[in-house]
Design a protein around this ligand. Sequence first.
Ligand code: ADP
Length: 622
Amino acid sequence: MSVFVEMFFFTFVVFCVLIDVIMEKALLLLKNFFGYDSFRTGQAELIKAILQGSDCLGIMPTGSGKSICYQIPALVLGGTTLVISPLISLMKDQVDNLNEMGISATFINSSLSSHDYMQTIENASLGMYNIIYVAPERFNSDLFLRLLSSIHIPLIAIDEAHCVSQWGHDFRPSYTEIASMIAKLEVRPIVAAFTATATKPVAKDIISCLHLVKPFTLTTGFDRKNLSFQVVHSKNKMYDLTTYLKKFSGHSGIIYCSTRKNVDLLYQELSKLGFSVSKYHAGMEDSEKRTSQNNFVYDKTTLMIATNAFGMGIDKSNVRFVIHFNMPKDLESYYQEAGRAGRDGLSSECILLFSRSDIVTNQFIISQGTPEIDRSIDYKKLNDMIDYCNTDQCLRRYILEYFGEIPKFQICHNCSNCNSDIEETDITVDAKKIMSCIKRMGSRYGTNLVTDVLKGSKSSKIQSLGFDTLSTYGILKEYSKDSIKELISFLMAQGYIICIGKQYPVLVLDAKANNVLFGTKTITMKRKIEKEASTKETSFSNLPFDSTLFEHLRTLRKKLAFINHVPPFVVFSDATLTQMATLYPTTKDDLLAISGVGSVKFERYGKEFMDCISTYLQEKEI
Ligand code: ADP
């Protein structure tokens, strides 16, 4: 062996041993500060890559624990790690969270007064912060740039990295400045980018726009196993909604509506019924929005009724359910909004109340809001969303496939399609009637008119077009209009009928419809036997923990949070309280063994929680 090879081999072995030692240290820090025993999927790999000096791109779903992937390296590397995030409203919670655990962190953004800004810059220049959160706009400030050149920055983490890509759904022009800002630094830090949503082209774009150098790239998939998905074809949404809310009583949840008007209306109705509600939409004053959001985040109200304007920047980990009162315009929005449930990893519910009028509302929103050249893309996405509401296959599978993932399972046992009783009916004859009606009408009309013809409507439009003389006129008159539309939606979801057209969607037949019309292909439709909302089990109501103790702990948490001016979930997450209400820890060692109890939090809150549990045990004589 040559001396050179020997040296190389020796260095390699030392490096491997060293990185193993460093990873052991990382694990200790995880336990000490965060109170967690092990890394979750993907975390150890990304942390290891960063600590080896490699740029990274981590694509991991919401709630999977991306923050720890840069927070732990920040602790190991020392100096000041910069975290670039577009979400100003989120920074305070994240910083509160870190400070609560004993990690020195701060944020620099436009919400600071000029006095606080100067003070923070001064402290930062003295190296007082291990982690600083900043919005990318900050790089336009000379003062801030001078700060960067005066301190040691081993790592820059870029959160919500998809914002740099014009192909992503949330492009922020200021993100495109990040790479040139990094290039100006005397010593280039390690750059680690994170996002929950990146298709392959977006991931490529992130790497190129941020100038990541041979990044270690890791995708852990989009699946959120703790979320249970339901689509409810609702005849009376208000009734279904209130039934669910009564079942979820006391738990935090978000209700999304597609319009401000609906938000205001629901807010009024639910307040009248005595529910504890906040509301949020873009038409409200900034101060009103802030109060409303804080009330929800600090558990002063349990329900948030909102348009899609609410959410970016919400890190509340104990949202137990998200109900969509209206179908959103695409699955990207749906998954992102529904994904705000269960960030703490506990079972949570995502329920979509669907009715056909949602389709019309969304078509209207697209026709008014989307520039003409992009409309066909939006209509296609809307059709995929409608198919999701009508599919009889596993909903989780449908979502994962939509995002380009090939799930390892056929059925997930945790969505309304997998868990429903299904009856299967042969609908070949009805399908033929619908298909031939579309053909006879010249494949030039949308669902409403086709339905009217099949139903045998006497409208003047149908008479003037001469459709009342077609052989398919009134051929499904025994069905309600809703049932006919449901059949059409189903045939669309199965790909026999396609909806084309930008402004005026038109139904046409796919070539495969010929196999039914002229061949021997039969079509069966699986119908869910819809259960009343009141008879359905919630996925989190029957968890095996002591719910009475949980309530005591929740009350204590709220009190301590109030005293310390932090949101309750920052004191301890629901997941941590659930474990306490299962294992009844009353000694230091037992409490430190609970996931989420680090040493600083133990010092800060341990005694009160142990006392609460001991008193409960004595009263119950357990
Ligand atoms: P993301 O940024 O991916 O949406 P977060 O970083 O906010 O997710 O983490 C979501 C939740 O999971 C937080 O409450 C966090 O403390 C918790 N978490 C992260 N990593 C772990 C871990 N290794 N063990 C247990 N809980 C974890």
